[in-house]
Ligand binder design. Structure first.
Ligand SMILES: NC(=O)c1ccc[n+]([C@@H]2O[C@H](COP(=O)([O-])OP(=O)(O)OC[C@H]3O[C@@H](n4cnc5c(N)ncnc54)[C@H](OP(=O)(O)O)[C@@H]3O)[C@@H](O)[C@H]2O)c1
Length: 297
């Protein structure tokens, strides 16, 4: 199958491109900057907020399926620069959706649990979004653009993705591992509940959604919901690191530019029931992360 993956320099996109090649697909990888991803696939640099860039990406890859992972993912940076967040998270999604429909391609659009307000998570696929903050609102509007403009689509929501090596910037898991390995303390929220999701496991689920052209909304995340402190303790245990370096803290004390959903997380019953690429539980996911960090995979 010819599959175009946007966001190919990123945490999820880089793994997805490599996994799809292993599965025998012809992959065209797209991101904005210079190529920073390795693998046996073509790479195209373009700004997806520019419709001409999207047109070029589509005519190059002639995809049967597009997986759109590209996004502006730094939540506080989005809050400070809503124009850039709108362009990357909403406009780009609209252009990709329109061009996928015009080319007869199925679209798998990657979104986030931040579309929910985080008052009563974890959320299933039927839950009603109520985004707050610029990142969340622009991602939600990106979903709306896909529903409106794409012909055949899936929306795949994920959450707190981690993996090793990190992409350009550290992710929650790689930052925490680096901090503990240096013997430094890490402040972790006890009042933010999330679904930690290993990037490779997310990529495998996205690949299956793409291959089978499964329609509708899918939660594509780790199988367990924990608070950030609990994640830290589990990570410390798996790596044999010192739990005492973890300091409990509260969301309200952090003074972040953008609001965070406190009780979030995603229910993955639908994926567990329907996908061969099963969402991993926390300990299996952390063992795989350890294998990645120790260069065993
Ligand atoms: N990471 C998480 O914890 C998390 C949680 C929930 C949902 N998600 C969602 O999962 C998806 C993947 O996230 P990620 O963490 O893998 O992202 P990431 O590592 O931050 O990578 C983002 C990618 O998007 C590309 N990109 C950004 N703006 C672009 C533009 N205007 N034109 C073309 N490419 C552009 C970047 O290209 P360059 O690097 O070349 O600029 C990069 O390849 C996103 O949709 C995100 O919203 C992520």
């Amino acid at each position: 199958m010819r599959i175009t993956v946007t966001g190919a320099n990123g945490l999820v996109g880089s793994r997805l491109c490599r996994w799809l090649v292993v599965q025998g697909h012809t992959v065209t990888a797209v991101a904005r900057g210079e190529r920073r991803t390795v693998g046996d696939f073509d790479y195209l640099s373009c700004d997806l907020a520019d419709p001409e860039g999207v047109a070029r990406a589509m005519s190059t890859g002639r995809p049967e399926v597009v997986v759109h992972t590209a996004s502006m993912t730094e939540v506080d940076a989005c809050e400070r620069n809503p124009d850039a967040a709108w362009a990357a998270n909403t406009l780009a999604a609209a252009h990709v959706a329109r061009h996928a429909r015009a080319g007869g391609a199925h679209l798998v659009h990657v979104s986030t649990d931040y579309v929910f307000d985080g008052h009563d998570g974890p959320y299933d696929e039927e839950a009603r979004p109520n985004p707050s903050g610029v990142y969340a609102r622009t991602k939600w509007l990106g979903e709306e653009a896909v529903r409106l403009l794409a012909g055949s689509w899936a929306i795949a929501r994920t959450a707190v993705v981690y993996g090793y090596p990190p992409s350009q910037r550290p992710n929650f898991g790689s930052w925490l591992l680096g901090t503990l390995r240096e013997g430094k303390t890490a402040r972790l929220f006890v009042d933010q509940y999330v679904s930690p999701s290993l990037a490779l496991n997310v990529a495998e689920q996205l690949a299956e959604l793409a291959e089978r052209r499964l329609p509708g909304i899918w939660n594509v995340a780790g199988a367990e919901v924990v608070n950030r402190m609990e994640f830290g303790e589990a990570l410390a245990d798996v790596f044999g690191l010192d739990r005492r370096l973890l300091t409990p803290s509260k969301l309200a004390d952090a003074g972040m530019a953008s609001p965070r959903p406190p009780r979030s997380g995603l229910r993955v019953d639908k994926a567990l029931g329907a996908l061969r690429a099963r969402p991993l539980g926390l300990s299996a996911s952390l063992e795989q992360f350890r294998a990645e960090a120790e260069g065993r995979v």
